[in-house]
Design a protein around this ligand. Structure first.
Ligand code: GLA
Length: 630
């Protein structure tokens, strides 16, 4: 206190808490869930549930320096009571500390919450500095500095003398030539009459995907599988200015093409390999590409590419949100790059503890009020040339506590078929209480039951197993008809989660191939949130490039998990790089493996159908490194 510049308050930092806290100083409550508490505030033992749950929020508390709860010049004791409603629980992320409040505590920069904007080859943003003190004026020099992450070149540096009166705000904006390279921006405030400075920082998004040409180009999978006699739906993915005219040469009997949309429908009853040539034409030129159609037992010959509602909407998904996503596929051209599925995750059934009936007297599942007409929704999705996916669990309840398929598998498969479902993600939740043990036969059992039910309906349904890799699912997933299987727990939008999952996909590599894919979980780029409150992914632009590149090398299913109606230019660039997507969709279906690891640098290699190899070089460290590849 003696040496501090301002002498009026004390700041206590406790890191983050999973989920709720009550924090005590010398036996007296001083903070709850990140909010200061007055002396004598009653303790609420119910641990009032707040929304959003404060689990990832910093716990900063401030007390007046003369607060009677502080015992100056004596030993003080802080006790933290944590209430965790599930998961690991506890205090994490950040070293607890105590300090006197100084001017830096009153200076707020909203850079992290302000979006970047591209303007031709430049990038920049508008943001503000705010003095939240009601008493003090903040004076100093403010510097904005952008540096290339590749070569350290300074791309922008400007500074100004700033005076911020109490409770005032100043707006700033900048632009620099950085659209095509990674850069780091620092906002440095040097306080007058002191050695202190505050540093805020950003990493700017940058665009690597080449601009789309007006000339036609055919993208997407070069192989496609369907079972004999089952409804066929394949949409030619092609970029180029509309209108485009599509043709398919050597199309087998039973199939027809809509020349305006490139949607091929019908069915083929004869097993076999059908080689066709696809064509797309407009006033700027024409493009051709080969497609091999395999009519046989295997489907999902390339990793499924689509959108799933979970990472964005969680249990708050509804029909409008699903349909809006499908429309964006067309508006923003995602379907021109091979994006196909629109999948509803958990939250469409009747919740387990609802008094409403969950099934009809015949045992058919009833959708909740957010999904008034599943069949009509499926029809709208198919009309766009897209495919329709859904979610369930083998236990009585889904992971979100909604009605699941236990003992109604045949009914449910039939309902899916009636609605036009093309893809089923089948979880494990609540089946744990039914399985006798963790043996492989017990792990396989519920999936065999659903497999038989799916095999008996009159359409192909891609079968996605979601049991987090238990019992090395990759070793037996194919035996239960699994087309893809989750290999890990749920991903979240942090580098820790992404890198731990992505770079550990090694043991399962040999089990990936046409019709069978290891699923390291869905993509966490764009606006995500697992519920009604969304935020831009917490991954930096470089981490996002790593995410998409690694998943593509791994031949992983690519399931976008963001709000497509808020797709920004950077995220769209990540999702539409045809060269990268082509690696994921390569017909050989080989998963990349790490061939060399040197310190922070990992070299992953994927064999391709044409004999070439794709190489991914990843820097897992936090600084720029120069590597040589011979
Ligand atoms: C599990 C799955 C998630 C999601 C939720 C739905 O956690 O792993 O991907 O499907 O269930 O409740």
């Amino acid at each position: 206190k003696k040496n501090s510049s301002l002498k009026d308050s004390v700041k206590i930092f406790l890191g983050k808490i999973d989920d709720y806290d009550q924090s005590f100083l010398n036996g007296e409550l001083f903070g709850v869930n990140g909010r200061n508490s007055n002396t004598g505030q009653a303790i609420d033992n119910s641990f009032i549930k707040e929304e959003p749950i404060p689990w990832n929020k910093n716990r900063f508390y401030t007390l007046p320096a003369d607060d009677p709860r502080i015992m100056w010049d004596k030993e003080n004791v802080i006790a933290v009571r944590v209430y965790d409603q599930g998961g690991a629980g506890g205090m994490f992320s950040g070293i607890p500390s105590i300090k006197m409040v100084d001017l830096s505590d009153y200076l707020k920069c909203d850079n992290a919450g302000s979006p970047f904007n591209f303007k031709n080859s430049e990038i920049g943003k508008s943001f503000s500095l705010r003095n939240i003190s009601a008493l003090y004026t903040i004076k100093g020099k403010f510097i904005i500095k952008a540096e290339s992450k590749l070569n350290g070149k300074i791309l922008l540096e400007k500074s100004a003398d700033i005076e911020l009166k109490p409770e005032s705000t100043k707006n700033f904006s900048y632009l620099f030539n950085g659209k095509n390279q990674p850069s780091r921006i620092e906002y440095i405030f040097r306080y007058d009459n002191s050695d202190d400075e505050s540093v805020f920082s950003d990493e700017a998004p940058y665009i690597l995907t080449p601009a789309i040409s007006k000339k036609p180009k055919i993208n997407g999978a070069k192989v496609y599988g369907q079972r004999p006699g089952k409804p066929f739906l394949f949409t030619i993915a092609a970029t180029g200015e509309r209108p485009l005219t599509f043709k398919a040469i050597n199309l087998p009997a039973g199939l027809r093409i809509d020349e305006k949309t490139g949607i091929i429908t019908g069915s083929i009853s004869e097993e076999g390999i059908y080689k066709i040539k696809l064509k797309a034409e407009n006033k700027f030129g024409s493009a051709e590409s080969d497609l091999k159609i395999y009519i046989g037992d295997k489907i999902a010959l390339t990793p499924p590419m689509g959108w799933n509602s979970w990472n964005v909407w969680g249990l708050t998904v509804d029909q409008e949100k699903v349909l809006a996503s499908a429309k964006v596929y067309k508006q923003k051209g995602l379907l021109n790059h091979g994006w196909t599925y629109i999948n509803i995750d958990d939250g469409w059934e009747i919740v387990g503890d609802s008094p409403l009936p969950k099934r009809t007297p015949d045992g058919n599942i009833i959708c909740n009020s957010k999904f008034p007409d599943m069949k009509a929704l499926g029809d709208s999705i198919h009309a766009l040339g897209l495919k329709f996916g859904i979610y369930s669990s083998p236990g009585p309840l889904t992971c979100g506590g909604y009605t699941a398929s236990y003992q109604h598998e045949v009914n449910d498969a039939q309902s899916y078929s009636n609605w036009g479902i093309d893809y089923l993600k089948y979880d494990w939740c609540s089946y744990g209480a039914i399985a006798k043990d963790n043996s492989i036969p017990e792990l396989m059992k519920p999936y065999l039951v659903m497999r038989d039910a799916l095999r008996n309906v009159d359409r192909d349904i891609v079968f996605s197993l979601c049991q987090y890799g238990m019992g090395k699912v990759w070793e037996w997933g194919d035996k239960v008809d699994g087309n893809l299987w989750r290999t890990t727990g749920d991903i979240t939008d942090t580098w820790q989660s992404l890198s731990e999952i992505g770079f550990s996909q090694v043991e399962n590599a040999n089990y990936a191939g046409p019709g069978n894919w290891n699923d390291p979980d869905m993509l966490v780029v764009g606006w995500v949130g697992w519920g009604p409150n969304l935020h831009p992914t917490r991954l930096t632009p470089d981490e996002q490039y790593t995410h998409i590149s690694l998943w593509s090398l791994l031949s992983a299913p690519l399931l976008i998990g963001c709000d497509l109606t808020r797709l920004d230019e950077f995220t769209l660039n990540l999702l539409t790089n045809d060269e990268v997507i082509a690696l994921d969709q390569d017909p050989l279906g080989k998963q990349a493996t790490p061939k060399m690891i040197k310190g922070n640098i990992q070299y992953w290699i994927k064999e391709l159908e044409d004999g070439q190899k794709a190489i991914g070089i990843f820097n897992l460290g936090s600084g720029t490194e120069k590597v040589e590849l011979n």
